[in-house]
Design a protein around this ligand. Structure first.
Ligand code: HSE
Length: 365
C-alpha cells in the first residue's frame, strides 16, 4: 500500500477533507501518516492503516519517505517545503490546496467532474504535482461544464458573493463575532424604530470596538468588494484567477474571457455567483438548460421560478451539500445569445477539499 502523508489536516479545508475521506472509506486504500508543525510525537488520528504518532511537518527526511503528500497547510508552507523536498530528490506525488503551484507548467489544476481524463493523462505521463483550483473557479466550472464542453461560451462575466470561510477559519469566526456585537446592541434597545436602530448599528460597526482584526472591516451588515491582493490590471487577484485558472483546467485552445467583481458577503461557507454568459450563437433556453443539467453528477438545475429559487438556490440550502445548483437561467434583454444565471456551492467541499480527495483516489488506483 502507498504511504500518504497529510499536512494541515486540522485546519478548515483539512478537516473537511478528513470527514469526506472517512465517509468514503478512503483510508483503507493507503497507509496514512499525519504531520504536524507543532505536536510531533503526540497521538495521531486513528484511521485504518494509520501510523499512531504525529510526525514533524518540517522534517524533510520524514516527509520524503511518503509516496504521496497532501497539503492543506497553506501557501507559506508550500513555498518553504515543496522546493526543498524536490531539491533533496523526493519524487513523490504532491497534492495541494494552496494556490502557490497552480499556474506552474508542471502542475495540473484538479477538478474531477470537469477534467478527470486530463488528470489521468497527466498521471500516465508522470506528472507529480496536482493542485486544487480556486473555489469560485471550481464551482463555476462544475455549474457551466456542459456549455464549456459543447464549446458554446464566448465569454462569462461572474459577479461573486463569497462566504467568510474563503478567507479562513478566523475570519468566519470574526463574522459571527460581528453579528454577536450587532445582536447585543439590538437586544439593549429592541423597541427603537428602524431608522434609530440603523444609526446605532452603523455607528457600532464603524467604531473601534467592532471586531475587525481579521477582515480589517465590518462584514456583518456590509459587503466587501475586494478579495485578495491588487493586480496591475485593476483586478483583484481573486478576479484575475477566474480566467487563468478556468482556461488552464479547460485546456482551452483559445482563451475564453472570464471576468467580474469578486465580493465578500456575510455567508458562512457557500460562494455564490451571478453570471452573464455570452454564447457564441443564440440557443433556445430549453437547450441551454438541458446541456447544463446533464454535464456531470453534481450540477443541479433549479427551475427559474421564485419558490424553487428561494428554496434551493441559497447558501442556507446548499451549505454542507455536495451538489452545485444553478438557476435563474433565462435569456437576457441586452442582446441575442446572452444568458443570465445564478449558481453557488459549498466552498469547502467542491470548492476545496473534494477535488483533492478525488485526485488522491485517482493516483492510488
Ligand atoms: N480565495 C477564496 C476566497 C478562497 O477568498 O474566498 C478559496 O479559493
Amino acid at each position: 500500500m502507498k504511504k500518504v502523508g497529510f499536512i494541515g489536516w486540522r485546519g478548515m479545508v483539512g478537516s473537511v477533507l478528513m470527514e469526506r475521506m472517512k465517509e468514503e472509506n478512503d483510508f483503507s486504500h493507503m497507509e496514512s501518516y499525519f504531520f504536524s508543525t507543532s505536536q510531533t510525537g503526540e497521538a495521531a488520528p486513528k484511521m485504518p492503516n494509520s501510523h499512531d504518532k504525529l510526525l514533524s511537518a518540517m522534517d524533510s527526511k520524514e516527509l520524503s519517505k511518503m509516496d504521496i503528500l497532501v497539503s492543506c497547510q497553506g501557501g507559506d508552507y508550500t513555498t518553504e517545503m515543496f522546493p526543498l523536498l524536490r531539491k533533496e530528490g523526493w519524487n513523490g506525488i504532491w497534492i495541494d490546496a494552496a494556490s502557490t503551484l497552480r499556474m506552474k507548467d508542471d502542475s495540473v489544476i484538479v477538478l474531477d467532474p470537469v477534467n478527470r481524463n486530463n488528470i489521468q493523462e497527466a498521471i500516465n505521463k508522470g506528472t507529480k504535482n496536482f493542485v486544487g483550483g480556486n473555489c469560485t473557479v471550481s464551482l463555476l466550472l462544475i455549474a457551466l461544464h456542459g456549455l464549456f464542453k459543447e464549446n458554446m461560451v464566448e465569454w462569462v462575466s461572474s459577479m461573486t458573493y463569497q462566504a467568510a470561510s474563503g478567507a479562513g477559519a478566523k475570519n468566519m469566526i470574526e463574522l459571527l463575532d460581528q453579528m454577536k456585537s450587532v445582536g447585543t446592541a439590538f437586544s439593549a434597545n429592541p423597541a427603537a424604530d428602524a431608522l434609530t436602530l440603523e444609526k446605532q448599528m452603523t455607528s457600532l460597526m464603524t467604531s473601534s470596538q467592532f471586531p475587525t482584526q481579521n477582515f480589517g472591516h465590518p462584514l456583518a451588515l456590509n459587503v466587501l468588494p475586494w478579495i485578495d491582493s491588487e493586480m496591475p490590471s485593476g483586478q483583484s487577484k481573486e478576479e484575475w484567477k477566474a480566467q487563468v485558472e478556468a482556461n488552464k483546467i479547460l485546456q482551452s485552445q483559445t482563451i475564453i474571457p472570464i471576468d467580474g467583481t469578486c465580493v465578500r458577503v456575510g455567508a458562512l461557507r457557500c460562494h455564490s455567483q451571478g453570471l452573464t454568459i455570452k454564447l457564441k450563437k443564440s440557443a433556445h433556453l430549453s437547450t441551454v438548460e438541458e446541456i447544463i443539467a446533464s454535464a456531470n453528477d453534481w450540477v443541479r438545475l433549479v427551475p427559474n421560478n421564485k419558490p424553487d429559487t428561494l428554496k434551493a438556490l441559497t447558501p442556507a440550502a446548499v451549505s454542507g451539500k455536495m451538489h452545485v445548483p444553478i438557476g435563474r437561467i433565462r435569456p437576457m434583454t441586452i442582446g441575442d445569445s446572452y444568458f443570465n444565471a445564478f449558481t453557488l456551492g459549498d466552498q469547502l467541499l467542491w470548492g476545496a477539499a473534494e477535488p483533492l480527495r478525488c485526485v488522491l483516489r485517482q493516483v492510488l488506483q
